[in-house]
Design a protein around this ligand. Structure first.
Ligand code: PLP
Length: 464
């Protein structure tokens, strides 16, 4: 349907180039224009209401109308709307936020560097590691190992860490020196009868073999999300990270935890690293750091990494890295207020309670559904994976776009959903969601899933 001339939709089609969109399809279908938000809900320009089951992009942790964050931004804009951190300049929001993050880190951290996005933070961390290894006299130690289906962003180096085909195809990526090992997904990748522990042991052995094959003196770092988000909300098997970390220690390989989704209570602990038993050398965070009201990301580094960077900067005369907006005072002020709100409202206690309810409800409603192969998650992050054949764990043909159909029907039924690879539907609502709102959200999902069921039965594309 062609949107009316000069409507928002028509102008969007005419002028906007959207991230993660099939542009030819968009010319036909146009956008969903969201105009305002309240609590866990957003409203389109016609006033239709939707529950945001993924908090936008796993990020609007305090919902869509937090006045304290608005006030924090306004106050900071009046006081000091911009200042930078180059050449040893500083300002209070940057200093306060740095201190707050170091105090909250899951393992001993020394310094914080700020960027604007998760991708920039990951790129910065890669550059820090390369720089450090050059500075301390091991220039060959540069390779990075990440995981298939991991998501770390889209700038050149971050996209090279990412292990998803859509981020590599036609982009001439990954860059050389970036390697990917297996996805730690027991449901699909374990051998018949293999326990979670045994699967975890096998994955740690795979990592060790990879390091040995490349040469330990050439491998600098391992990158992982505690729980893979965009790859489909994949929780590792029991014991996975401690086994992985033991291998890394043996070969002096740094562990970089990408906490861009998992950080700030999403998994039921302050950091996903705590939920999953990781002691990172470098921690990358963003999104819920500022409840996403303004863009800001951070890289925390251990004393060892800092010393390497310091060494290099002193020999070169400067550390030639930093963004105009690194530690921008307005997003930094919003992030400070966000962290205070988390503490004051005991958002951790809330996530533990409501997360347990969401997990129980996801399982109660969907585990036995004929189209659902696996229900997974912890805290306020979860997923249901749709399958064509539950007995054989066979996914639908991607061309059938079954996850996309659920998303579309979800929109009609008042819930914004996120479909990922293998038709996994992710849930990562604002952390402030209540038990009643979880039920309302899942009622809408269940209705949409039953409508998908009618379609796939009619088309005979599932064993149901
Ligand atoms: C784990 C993880 N790392 C990095 C990123 C990239 O962040 P950004 O989109 O802000 O560049 C994302 C984005 O979703 C993410 O989920």
């Amino acid at each position: 349907m062609t949107p009316p001339r000069n409507s928002n939709a028509a102008r969007d089609i005419a002028y906007a180039l959207h991230p993660y969109t099939d542009h030819k399809a968009h010319l036909q279908n146009g956008p969903l224009v969201i105009s305002r938000g309240k609590g866990v809900r957003v409203f389109d320009e016609q006033g239709k209401e939707y529950i945001e089951s993924v908090a936008g992009l796993w990020c609007a942790s305090l919902g869509f109308d937090n006045e304290r964050l608005v006030q924090a931004a306004a106050d900071q804009m009046r006081k000091l709307p911009f200042y930078h951190a180059f050449t040893a300049k500083s300002h209070e929001p940057l200093i306060d936020l740095s201190e707050m993050l170091i105090e909250r880190a899951p393992s001993p951290m020394s310094k914080v560097f700020f960027a604007n996005s998760g991708s920039e933070a990951n790129d910065s961390a890669i550059k820090m590691i390369w720089y450090m290894n050059n500075a301390i006299g091991r220039p060959e130690k540069k390779k990075i190992i990440a995981r298939l289906k991991g998501y770390h962003g889209i700038t050149l180096a971050a996209a090279s860490l990412t292990g998803l085909p859509a981020n590599h195809k036609l982009f001439d990526l990954p860059l050389s020196g970036f390697h990917h090992i297996s996805t730690p997904h027991h449901y699909h990748n374990a051998q018949p009868g293999e326990s979670e522990e045994d699967f975890a042991t096998r994955l740690a052995e795979e990592l060790e073999q990879k390091i040995l094959a490349e040469g330990p003196e050439t491998v600098a770092a391992f990158w992982a999300e505690p729980i893979m988000g965009a790859g489909g909300v994949i929780l590792p098997p029991a014991g996975y990270f401690p086994k992985i970390q033991a291998v890394l220690k043996k070969y002096d390989v740094l562990f970089v935890a990408d906490e861009v989704i998992c950080g700030f209570w999403r998994t039921g602990s302050y950091w996903g690293s705590q939920t999953l038993g990781i002691q990172p050398d470098i921690l990358v965070c963003a999104k819920a750091l500022s409840a996403s009201y303004l863009p800001i990301s951070a890289v925390m580094v251990s004393e060892q990494v800092f010393q390497g960077i310091a060494e290099g900067s002193s020999s070169v005369g400067t550390w030639g890295h930093g963004f105009t907006y690194s530690g921008h005072p307005v997003p930094a002020a919003v992030a400070i207020e966000t962290l205070k709100i988390y503490d004051e409202m005991d958002i951790g206690g809330h996530v533990k309670r409501v997360g347990a309810h969401m997990q129980a409800q996801l399982r109660a409603r969907f585990a036995d559904h004929p189209l659902v192969g696996e229900v997974r998650g912890t805290g306020l992050i979860g997923a249901i994976e749709l399958v064509a054949d539950k007995a054989t764990k066979t996914n639908f043909d991607p061309g059938q776009k079954v996850g996309g159909r659920l998303t579309k029907l979800g929109e009609e039924n008042g819930v914004i959903l996120r479909a990922m690879t293998n038709d996994s539907i992710g849930f990562s609502p604002p952390l402030i969601i209540t038990e009643e709102e979880v039920d309302e959200m899942l009622n809408r999902v269940a209705k949409s899933l039953d409508e998908v069921m009618v379609q796939v039965r009619r088309e005979s594309i599932a064993a149901v």
